[in-house]
Design a protein around this ligand. Structure first.
Ligand SMILES: CC(C)(COP(=O)(O)OP(=O)(O)OC[C@H]1O[C@@H](n2cnc3c(N)ncnc32)[C@H](O)[C@@H]1OP(=O)(O)O)[C@@H](O)C(=O)NCCC(=O)NCCS
Length: 179
């Protein structure tokens, strides 16, 4: 059982060093991948955490941070869907600014893997969200992670490759909220 703290963008500057330290530890084995570098992640974190709707949960086990999750609502005309390769009815990817919460990151330090910590962070981040649904992207070469999300109720909308040079292929996932 972990303690979970909730934060918003007001806390972003204070949390930044902790979030980067945990990222560097969790992703230490893939630091030869430029997409996974700590600097690149820091840029992404700064972008996400400067959004007014950004929210973040951090889990603690006897005072020690074990992992975190964060995200923010998609704005109107969100760039998020621009890399969607699968053709879907256009209404499915229309954003109003209040429709969809994007789960950007979820990570747990190794000693707390395979416990309920990841699910607890996921559930805490999404509990009480006012949006009708959540979305996330999972790399297609991580089928076990996708299976985990499916076990948590997510389903695949389609294939998505972000419009950045060298970007990998992702499964774009959706989860209905609030039911
Ligand atoms: C995703 C995560 C939070 C899930 O934690 P968890 O519920 O405790 O589940 P586990 O860590 O046991 O992972 C489930 C399976 O997915 C695999 N997996 C997890 N992250 C992976 C990754 N980044 N790449 C490839 N496989 C991964 C695990 O090896 C495990 O496989 P196994 O069942 O054969 O042991 C945690 O694995 C994690 O922090 N991973 C690294 C960061 C990450 O990939 N986040 C998700 C981005 S969409």
């Amino acid at each position: 059982m972990i303690d979970i703290q909730h934060h918003d963008h007001h806390d972003a500057a204070t949390l930044r060093p902790l979030l980067l330290d945990i990222y560097a530890e969790v992703y230490k084995d893939v630091q030869d991948d430029p997409f996974a570098s700590v600097d690149r992640f820091a840029q992404g974190l700064d972008g996400w955490s400067s959004r007014p709707g950004w929210s973040c949960v951090i889990g603690y086990d006897q005072g020690e941070a074990v992992g975190y999750a964060y995200g923010a609502p998609l704005p109107q005309g969100a760039a998020w869907w621009r890399g969607l390769i699968t053709t879907v009815p256009s209404g499915l990817v229309e954003e109003t600014g209040e429709r969809t919460y994007a789960l950007s990151e979820l990570m747990v330090r190794l000693p707390w893997r395979g416990t309920s910590a990841a699910k607890a962070l996921h559930d805490a981040l999404l509990a009480s969200r006012p949006e009708e649904r959540a979305t996330l992207l999972v790399e297609q070469n991580h089928p076990k992670v996708r299976a985990l999300y499916e076990a948590w109720g997510w389903h695949k909308l389609g294939d998505l490759r972000p419009r950045m040079e060298g970007a990998p292929l992702f499964d774009a996932m959706l989860l209905p909220l609030g039911s």
